[in-house]
Design a protein around this ligand. Structure first.
Ligand SMILES: CSC[C@@H](O)[C@@H](O)C(=O)COP(=O)(O)O
Length: 401
């Protein structure tokens, strides 16, 4: 894995014409992943040429967000597979299938909560098994079948997100009107669910983007999203990049914001939606849903069907990833000089530093996700439509499959 391209992040006005891309992939040119640990200060793409490198960028959260994790896993395997096939590593179709199955066994260990990776692994291993079982199967045919299917995931995710945006924007406008809030939407979101978390456009942030494009968005609020600050570092960056009217609040300000009547709807993403609609998402989502319920604010989850796990009956069965204590005890950012400017290295890049913000030796609990019960969710917005909560407070995700 090597640094592919590095430059200081230009101002939003300079970049407004360019779409933010977490993942760059072309069969002939390989896979480059935007290092999100360096955002919003610096735009650096890393070349990912092996499964091991794919596993590392996911685990270190250089790439994150449920759909992006699955796609980077699948494409890192595609790049190594193609390279190995060209080098004549595989004698038979069965060899290729064994490599794919073994690689996914490893990739599955990177992060446990988002189901997208596990779905992609199941689908692609099954596809390669099927391809290897054909009478005319060879190492070349199985490799080609895998590459085509992994590449299709990129295109499908963008198309799904655009659909989610359309369904979600309509649902938010309807809910805002029903809640007799002003007929333009003021939406709060959490974590980062935009272009940076997906193959493009985004899920919950895609809904905000669509509302803005259709002229329905009055204002967006994004939470800071401690401890990893995906809201402050990434969502705020995307909102500024798209020139969407927006305000950053820290997680503990949401109650006051809702109490003042300044939030018309909440739209968040999901890492795994259970069959009954219980949804795992970034830590802090649950408390937003409780606050929304208290204030009569509609609360939506926006997620592609690749994030729906019908095999998991309810949220109690979802594995919640625990992250290292250092993520809570320490904060990483750019050094600010006395004049308010950022300190820069000799090549002009902002100087990043990590600082301790917690008392020495304090114990830390750092779950990366929590589960919001379906009873608090107004509806789950998918690319196939919105699965709404029924009169008994229940959501049935089977309804869209
Ligand atoms: C479209 S991304 C949906 C979720 O993956 C997102 O809300 C989230 O919780 C991301 O968590 P992260 O830990 O940054 O991978």
């Amino acid at each position: 894995m090597t640094a592919h391209e590095t430059h200081s992040t230009p101002t939003s006005s300079a970049t407004a014409a360019n779409a933010l891309e977490a993942i760059r992939y072309q069969r002939e040119r390989g896979l480059q992943v935007l290092d999100q640990l360096l955002l919003p200060y610096q735009t650096t793409y890393e070349e990912v040429t092996t499964v091991e490198a794919g596993h590392a960028v996911i685990k270190q959260m250089k790439v994150r967000g449920a759909p992006a994790i699955a796609i980077v896993a699948a494409l890192s395997l595609a790049v190594e597979l193609r390279q190995k096939h060209a080098a004549g590593t595989f004698a038979t179709a069965a060899d290729v299938h064994a490599f794919i199955a073994r690689s996914f066994d490893h990739l599955r260990t990177s992060r446990p909560t988002a189901v997208n990776l596990f779905r992609a692994a199941d689908q692609l291993v099954q596809l390669s098994q099927h391809a290897a079982g054909r009478v005319d199967a060879s190492a070349a045919t199985v490799t080609e079948a895998y590459l085509a299917a992994a590449e299709q995931m990129l295109a499908d995710d963008v198309a799904d997100n655009r659909s989610i945006g359309k369904h979600g924007a309509a649902a938010v406008v309807r809910a805002s009107a029903a809640a007799s809030s002003p007929n333009v939407a003021t939406v709060l979101t959490h974590c980062n669910t935009g272009s940076l978390a997906t193959a493009g456009f985004g899920t919950a942030l895609g809904v905000i983007r669509q509302l803005h494009a259709d002229g329905w968005l009055a204002h967006a609020y994004c939470t800071e999203t401690r401890p990893y600050n995906q809201g402050a570092r990434l969502t705020a960056y995307e909102l500024a990049h798209e020139r969407i009217p927006s305000t950053l609040v820290c997680d503990s300000m949401v109650g006051a914001l809702m109490h003042q009547g300044r939030v018309g709807a909440v739209v968040v993403g999901a890492d795994r939606v259970a069959a009954n609609g219980d949804s795992a998402n970034k830590i802090g989502t649950y408390q937003l849903a409780v606050l929304a319920q208290h204030h009569g604010v509609p609360f939506f989850v926006a997620a592609p069907t690749t994030s729906v796990d019908l095999a998991t009956a309810d949220g109690t069965h979802i594995t919640i990833e625990e992250r290292p204590p250092a993520e809570l005890r320490e904060v990483r950012g750019a050094t600010v000089l006395a004049d308010g400017q950022l300190a820069r290295t000799t090549d002009g890049a902002p100087q990043l530093q990590t600082v301790r913000v917690a008392a020495d030796g304090v114990q830390v609990w750092n779950p990366s996700f929590d589960v919001t019960p379906a009873a608090l969710i107004h509806g789950v917005i998918t690319e196939r439509g919105v699965v709404a909560r029924d009169a008994n407070g229940k959501i049935n995700m089977h309804a869209i499959f």
